[in-house]
Design a protein around this ligand. Sequence first.
Ligand SMILES: Nc1ncnc2c1ncn2[C@@H]1O[C@H](COP(=O)(O)OP(=O)(O)OP(=O)(O)O)[C@@H](O)[C@H]1O
Ligand SMILES: Nc1ncnc2c1ncn2[C@@H]1O[C@H](COP(=O)(O)OP(=O)(O)OP(=O)(O)O)[C@@H](O)[C@H]1O
Length: 574
Amino acid sequence: MINENSPIISFKNYSFQYRAQKKPTLKGINLDIYPGERVLIAGPSGCGKSTLAGCINGLNPYSNPGECEGSLEVNGVDATKSSIFELSAHVGTVLQDPDGQFIGLTVGEDIAFALENSCTPQDEMHSITKHVTELVGIEHHLDYAPHELSGGQKQRVSLAGVMVDQVKILLFDEPLASLDPATGKQTIELIDEIQQKTDTTVLIIEHRLEDVLWRDVDRIILMNDGQILADLSPDELLASNLLIENGIREPLYVTAMRYAGIEITAQKKASHVDSVVLDEEDTKKLNQWFESHPVLKNNDKKEALLEVKNLEFGYVKGQKILSDVSLSISKGEMVSIVGKNGAGKSTFSKLICGFETPDSGEILFKGKDLLKENIRHRAKYIGYVMQNPNQMISKTMIFEEVALSLQNQGLSQEEIKEKVEATLKICGLYPFRNWPVSALSFGQKKRVTIASVLVQDPELIILDEPTAGQDFRHYTEIMEFLRKLNEQGVTIIMITHDMHLMLEYTPRAVVFADGKMIADRSAAEVLCDPELISHAALKETSLFTLANRCGIVPPEEFVECFIEEDREVRKHGC
Ligand SMILES: Nc1ncnc2c1ncn2[C@@H]1O[C@H](COP(=O)(O)OP(=O)(O)OP(=O)(O)O)[C@@H](O)[C@H]1O
Ligand SMILES: Nc1ncnc2c1ncn2[C@@H]1O[C@H](COP(=O)(O)OP(=O)(O)OP(=O)(O)O)[C@@H](O)[C@H]1O
């Protein structure tokens, strides 16, 4: 969008250095954002995206002390000299960690908080609260406390909270990280609608580029190492190699087109799979590519490791959060559990690990009754990595956090050091080993929690959203690492909203909806079944859309073909 007004956000030769850091995190930023623009900020983990957002909403340097150089104006206000409170009249923020933003004791209170602050009359307050809660689909949970909500439900509450604020600038820091795919899609639609209705300026920081591009954005700002590398329209950026060079995943259909030998130019308008230009020659190339890549099937059956039979559970008496769940996971499998926010996926893992006890049903591990064993016992062979790293971390220093579970196991300090350091290296955290956890980005903290589970060598690992908040490079590093562990015999269950992850890494997908298991099939089949997708709040893969547009049948084989090719290409680093 061309806008001749003066910018609403204007960075000039701006640098920011956290007091706790030796070097500036943001360097020489020159960026003008105009009223009503929709801007996506992308870049690898730790490049400074959240820091940039924190400078706009006043978090930096007020809550996080540091030095600014140059100038930053936000809606006419000098942001370098304004408090969070002053800037909150101009900027509304939804952070990637929904826990950190809850103020009220219940959902209703939390959403109404902003309105109470601005002295809105009671009646009006009720009607606005009702409207936004319906918009984000949380209207049936108004009297719930934060700890009674699933991760995705909390994120909806934060969204509702900023929507009542009526500010000029909305800042979203990874708004999709804990949303199920269908809600993620609706969130992007909602952000777009709100932007259009109110003409707010919208900034979105997000690793899931393809999901944000579901609706138009005007520009993508690409950052790396605290600097702005590119400021382009989505079509122009996708036509370049900048995303791949900077470790960011491009949309899957774009990669598939490249594999088929199609040149991606700005004229291809590649930002949407529905409208990317595919001429006859391109369609032919995609069909030929598909025919020359047969799919290999692997139907090996192995012994059962984890068996769950007729599991029933409610947090309070008479409630049915899970009903009649039965499934068997074999030794050496890598399985995804997917489904709607609040479907019961995390609850299921809590029952396996012993944080909660089922009302009825059986859980067997290698044929032994798990229900007879306590949490600590189970933790020796089942590792659990929670969705939110802040709920898992208890130590101040990274090394100590990872070493924690090894203490009291009869190992010498030297052995502990060796094991912890090896794990930190694997998780890409070795350079930070002597840092405090508080100086890490969200993505880096997530890796600390994975490291503290891996260090115990469990037989089964359950990971709740292992890659949420990770850029593509770290996503690949973690997932390839998990795959290697899996090849060495460790069984892995992943709860995820990331449909790419499920397709790429887990041949089998277990689908939950409203407390029931509704499908147990191959990941590609799940993502090519529109009815199942709609029932379980998933999102069909853009590869399915691409296959349909080119008349490729069956589309699920095209999807499997792509995944195999992609794995090969990345294995060989080209
Ligand atoms: N409060 C803080 N104090 C000191 N250093 C910090 C603080 N917050 C972030 N940093 C440092 O600034 C760098 C950039 O972090 P930032 O959170 O801005 O990255 P990001 O691009 O948003 O990453 P991610 O995608 O992983 O969330 C990191 O290396 C981090 O260590
Ligand atoms: N401690 C609790 N007390 C009461 N109800 C809870 C508690 N934890 C979760 N719930 C409820 O149980 C249901 C299932 O939640 P769960 O966290 O298992 O869902 P999920 O499928 O993991 O969701 P998400 O994808 O959003 O993380 C939700 O409706 C939630 O409100």
